[in-house]
Design a protein around this ligand. Structure first.
Ligand code: PLP
Length: 365
C-alpha cells in the first residue's frame, strides 16, 4: 500500500505529532493513571486542562478579555441553531450572507426562530462574494451571519465585512486557526473542530460578553452561551475527548510558529494547486473568482469547465493508486476538491501537484 496523503474535507488529516501525544496519554491522562475517557469533567485535572485550552485559544487569536471562550457539544450545526437562539431576541430578525451550502443551511435553521433577511440575491451557483456595496443589509438586524470559508464550494472571505455596528457572526468551521483575525471586529466566531483543529463533536465558540444574557426563552440549556459561560463549559458532560484533541492541535499550531506560520503555509500550499490549474490552459478549471478562492478547500473540474466525468473518475482512480485520497468533490458539486488544512504538509501538496501535472501531460489535447 502506498503512503497515504489525506486531502479529505473533514473530518480531516491531523498532525502526526498530535497522534504521538494522544497515544502516550490515552490511558494515563496527565499522570492520573486513568484515561481521560474515564475521568470526571469536574476533577481538578480536567478543569486545569479546560482552562489551559481556553488560554491557548486566547493566545493564538489574541482574543480580547471581553470575549468568552466556550467548548460546546453539537459541532458546527449545533451552532446554526445556537446563534439565532442566543441572539435573535433583540429584534426578531437576522441578516444571512449566503455564499455556499453551509451558510444556506445556517439561514434555513435560523428561520425556525425568527425572520431571516437574505443579504445576497438567491443563487445555487456559489462562485464568489459580491461586492459589499451591493449587499442588502438590514440596519434592524440582530446580527449578520457569514460563513468564513465555504467548505463545499471553496469560497472564502479574505476581508471582514463592515456591518455598520450590527454584531458580525462567523462560522469558521473550515478555516479556524488558519490565519490571524481581528477578533474585536466580530460579535461571535464559532466552528466545529474536525477540519483544522481536531476531531468532531465539539464546537469552539468565541462570544463577546455584551451578547450574552439575551437567549430566547426556548433556548435549550446546552445551546445557551450564557449558561455555558457561567458553567465554564462544564454545564453538562462536555465532549471531553474532542476538547482534549483540539487542545493538542492548538498547542501543535503554537509550536509550529502560530497563526502567521499557518497563514504563510496555507498561502504557499493553495498557490501551488491554483498555480497548476492556471497553467493547464483550461484542462483544469477552478470555478471560484480569484479574490474569493479558498486557501483551505480547492474545488476544480477536469477536462472542461463543466467537468468530463469519465476523466475525473480516472483522475481520482490514478490519485488513489498513489495514496492521494479523499479528493472527490462534494456530491452536490461534483469534480475534485483538494482540502489542504493545517496538518497537510507542503510536501504532500507538491506530490499532488506533480500528479496533476503528469495527468495533464497525459490527457490534455
Ligand atoms: N460549517 C461549515 C463551514 C462546515 O464545513 C461544516 C461541516 O463540514 C459545518 C458547518 C457543520 O459542522 P458539523 O458537522 O460539526 O455540524
Amino acid at each position: 500500500m502506498p503512503k497515504i496523503h489525506n486531502f479529505g474535507a473533514g473530518p480531516a488529516k491531523m498532525p502526526e505529532e498530535v497522534y504521538d501525544i494522544i497515544r502516550d496519554e490515552l490511558t494515563n491522562f496527565k499522570g492520573s493513571g486513568i484515561s481521560l475517557m474515564e475521568t470526571s469533567h469536574r476533577t481538578p485535572a480536567y478543569m486545569k486542562f479546560n482552562t489551559a485550552v481556553q488560554e491557548t485559544v486566547r493566545r493564538l487569536l489574541n482574543v480580547p478579555s471581553n470575549y468568552k471562550i466556550l467548548f460546546l457539544a453539537g459541532g458546527g450545526q449545533g451552532q446554526f441553531a445556537a446563534v439565532p437562539l442566543n441572539l435573535m431576541s433583540r429584534t426578531g430578525t437576522a441578516d444571512y450572507v449566503v455564499t455556499g451550502s453551509w451558510s444556506a443551511m445556517a439561514a434555513k435553521e435560523a428561520k425556525k426562530f425568527g425572520k431571516v433577511n437574505l443579504v445576497l440575491p438567491a443563487t445555487d451557483k456559489y462562485t464568489g462574494i459580491p461586492d459589499q456595496s451591493t449587499w442588502n443589509l438590514d440596519p434592524n438586524a440582530s446580527y449578520v451571519h457569514i460563513c468564513g470559508n465555504e467548505t463545499i464550494h471553496g469560497v472564502e472571505f479574505d476581508f471582514i465585512p463592515d456591518t455598520k455596528g450590527v454584531p458580525l457572526v462567523a462560522d469558521m468551521s473550515s478555516n479556524f486557526m488558519s490565519k490571524k483575525l481581528d477578533v474585536s471586529k466580530f460579535g461571535v466566531i464559532y466552528g466545529g473542530a474536525q477540519k483544522n483543529i481536531g476531531t468532531s463533536g465539539v464546537a469552539l465558540v468565541i462570544v463577546r460578553e455584551d451578547l450574552l444574557n439575551q437567549a430566547l426563552p426556548i433556548c435549550p440549556a446546552i445551546l445557551d452561551w450564557t449558561a455555558n459561560a457561567k458553567a465554564d463549559s462544564i454545564l453538562n458532560t462536555p465532549p471531553m475527548f474532542a476538547i482534549y484533541v483540539m487542545g493538542q492541535c492548538l498547542e501543535w499550531i503554537e509550536r509550529k510558529g502560530g497563526l502567521d506560520k499557518m497563514a504563510e503555509l496555507s498561502q504557499k500550499k493553495s498557490s501551488l494547486v491554483y498555480g497548476m490549474i492556471e497553467k493547464s490552459n483550461g484542462f483544469y478549471y477552478a470555478p471560484v473568482a480569484k479574490d474569493a478562492r479558498s486557501k483551505m478547500n480547492v474545488p476544480f473540474r477536469v477536462g472542461s469547465a463543466n467537468g468530463d466525468e469519465a476523466l475525473e473518475k480516472e483522475f481520482l482512480k490514478g490519485a488513489e493508486s498513489l495514496g492521494l485520497i479523499q479528493l472527490k468533490g462534494h456530491r452536490s458539486v461534483g469534480g475534485i476538491r483538494a482540502s489542504i488544512y493545517n496538518a497537510v504538509t507542503i510536501e504532500e501538496v507538491e506530490f499532488l501537484v506533480k500528479y496533476m501535472k503528469e495527468f495533464y501531460e497525459k490527457h490534455a489535447k
